[in-house]
Design a protein. Structure first.
Ligand code: DGI
Ligand code: FE
Ligand code: FE
Length: 204
């Protein structure tokens, strides 16, 4: 991506996010760029996906629902109970229609950045992890450990994040989206099979 295109995208996103969210967006973009460099993913794709991952985050819940309903997207019971979860799906739609992203991998990374999904692509995992470990995040437990792991074993970092997120959601009595639970199970099984068969087919 040309520097002028990136600066245009940055300007556009700064218009639809409050300053705190915009700081987070920039941090996710450069954290994703570093993970991309570490794992051999396109740095450009990582930066664009990072810049756009929360492009729908500052929209009101009614707007998120109306975008998803108008586009005939499937909305789960959990999403009806917590419509803010839809900022990922709605963000994917806006990335395509408003910000003219055509790359499916980038769009998927935006779509799945909140719950993850089983068998994520490298870029999807990079955005999922960057969102959680960007330097502005302060709250999560064992954040230092997750940050170190992110650059050594990306699948393990995905698992740790899901584990801590599910614990936090359970402790706070929040609704849990099935995809979050399924993603956790998938990465738990993957990491277990790597432990039992190191270097086997589970290794990526
Ligand atoms: O948009 P961000 O705040 O940068 O990050 P995000 O899109 O990952 O959203 C973070 C929140 O989403 C965090 O508080 C955990 C929550 N979340 C993830 N999976 C689920 C969930 N919340 C509920 N209620 N249910 C889920 O399954
Ligand atoms: Fe988000
Ligand atoms: Fe985010």
């Amino acid at each position: 991506m040309k520097p002028s295109e990136l600066s245009k995208l940055r300007k556009e996103i700064s218009k639809v996010q409050d300053s705190k969210r915009f700081e987070h967006t920039l941090s996710v973009a450069y954290t994703a760029a570093n993970l991309a460099a570490c794992y051999g993913e396109s740095i450009d794709h990582a930066v664009v996906a990072g810049m756009l991952h929360d492009c729908a985050k500052c929209l009101p819940e009614e707007k998120l629902l109306s975008i998803c309903e108008t586009q005939h997207m499937e909305i789960s019971q959990e999403e009806y109970m917590k419509p803010s979860l839809l900022h990922a799906k709605a963000g994917c739609y806006l990335a395509e229609k408003k910000y003219h992203i055509v790359n499916r991998n980038i769009l998927n990374a935006i779509h799945n950045h909140t719950t993850g999904r089983p068998d994520m692509s490298l870029l999807e995992k990079i955005i999922f992890v960057a969102d959680y470990i960007e330097p502005g995040r302060r709250q999560a437990p064992r954040l230092e450990q997750v940050r170190r792991t992110a650059f050594a074993d990306l699948d393990q970092a995905v698992l740790m994040i899901l584990e801590d997120t599910l614990k936090y959601l359970r402790d706070s009595g929040s609704v849990i989206e099935q995809t979050t639970q399924k993603t956790y199970q998938y990465y738990k099984d993957m990491q277990n099979s790597k432990q039992h068969f190191p270097g086997g087919h589970g290794e990526t």
